[in-house]
Write a protein that binds this ligand. Structure first.
Ligand code: ADP
Ligand code: MG
Length: 347
């Protein structure tokens, strides 16, 4: 390859808003057939907002943000009425007439949860996290419930949520898996709230304290205006797009549908993203990965071609071969087009 032609390629890249680590990078884009796209911050803006607040035990949908005041009823069933809802659950869970001595696991909290308390305790904990979901919850909670207390203890659980102590309560907030791992079941009303939010492409954060599930908070992200067009352009270049995310499958599928991606790999823990890239490579695919997060860094480094969003974290930018300066996914297609053209010039 003529070094001059490659350098011309990198110069043109800079004009398009593509920073290229070294001219040799263009070579590796040649055979790329699969482009793995991180969801949050790459396909979506990553700027999330708090939408719905669903306290447990109140029997209603809580107070959603404008436009989200929909009752999260189970599909096919009428919305539950406060006092009637516990009855059928109790009928199933505590067959007193059949086995009176058997201990019954309470699924709904005894006391209805106060909405402000739910926001305050979850918000206090999330305030200590940098995650986009956490920022949305902390900001929304401060707005709706006032000043947030400082947690006595805080721990980040990557890909799952946060855990800590707030005002003496042992609080968990994150994916349902975080709660189930701690042996805390979700009551049916919260499962319904979670499922309804996720079916819409929103992210549901379940909150528990002192061993009991207390509510669901939903946050939503916005798909970037340019993402659907970017996916069309990538397909036109003969690439198969794959959406990769730690988020719930239903939320991921909703985003995938919105931008025209058929292949979705969801509920992937941060350390598993790199394994997904390895698996695709082992299956004979030549993989480009586009990402923005600390979580994506290892996968960006492992992919045949790593493209980092310039709007993302330093870790991702350092790990990538290319940086898309403006965070516009369409530029990923420009980058592949540019390298193919540059290499064609050389030949
Ligand atoms: P992504 O791959 O979409 O960038 P992550 O791997 O960082 O996301 O997180 C995966 C999922 O874990 C999030 O979609 C969210 O449901 C949950 N999660 C992660 N961190 C937090 C947090 N601080 N609070 C609540 N939920 C969280
Ligand atoms: Mg991301």
């Amino acid at each position: 390859a003529t070094p001059t032609a490659l350098l011309v390629g990198t110069g043109r890249g800079a004009q398009l808003g593509i920073l290229i680590k070294g001219p040799e990078v263009l070579e590796s884009t040649r055979r790329v057939d699969t482009v793995v796209l991180d969801k949050t911050g790459t396909v979506t803006t990553g700027r999330m907002t708090l939408r719905g607040v669903y306290p447990a035990g109140t029997g209603d949908a809580g107070s959603g943000a404008p436009g989200t005041d929909r009752t999260p009823a189970t599909a096919g069933n009428p919305p539950p009425v406060p006092d009637e809802r516990v009855a059928p659950v109790a009928a199933v869970a505590s067959p007193a007439a059949v086995a009176p001595t058997e201990p019954v696991e309470p699924v709904e909290p005894v006391e209805p949860v106060d909405e402000k308390e739910l926001l305050r305790l979850a918000g206090a904990l999330e305030h200590a996290s940098e995650h986009p979901v956490a920022r949305a919850i902390a900001a929304g909670a401060a707005e709706r419930a006032g000043a947030l207390p400082a947690p006595e203890r805080f721990e980040n659980v990557p890909g799952l949520g946060v855990r800590g102590t707030v005002e003496g309560h042992e609080v968990l907030a994150g994916r349902e898996r975080l709660l189930t791992a701690a042996g805390i079941p979700l009551p049916p009303s919260l499962t319904a709230a979670r499922a309804a939010a996720e079916a819409e492409g929103h992210t549901a954060v379940v909150v528990a304290w002192d061993g009991t599930a207390r509510g669901v908070l939903t946050v939503s992200d916005t798909v970037k205006e340019t993402s659907a067009e970017a996916v069309r352009e990538l397909r036109a270049l003969g690439l198969t797009p794959v959406l990769l995310t730690g988020d719930h499958t239903a939320a991921a599928e909703s985003v995938a549908r919105a931008v025209g991606i058929d292949e979705v790999i969801a509920e992937v823990l941060p350390e598993e993203k790199v394994a997904v890239v390895r698996r695709l490579k082992a299956a004979g695919r030549t993989v480009a990965m586009v990402g923005d997060g600390v979580n994506d860094a290892a996968a960006l480094a492992t992919a045949d071609l790593g493209l980092a969003m310039g709007t993302g974290t330093d870790a991702a930018i350092e790990a990538g071969d290319l940086t898309l300066v403006r965070g516009d996914l369409r530029v990923a297609a420009d980058a592949i087009r540019l390298s193919r053209r540059t290499l064609a010039t050389i030949r």
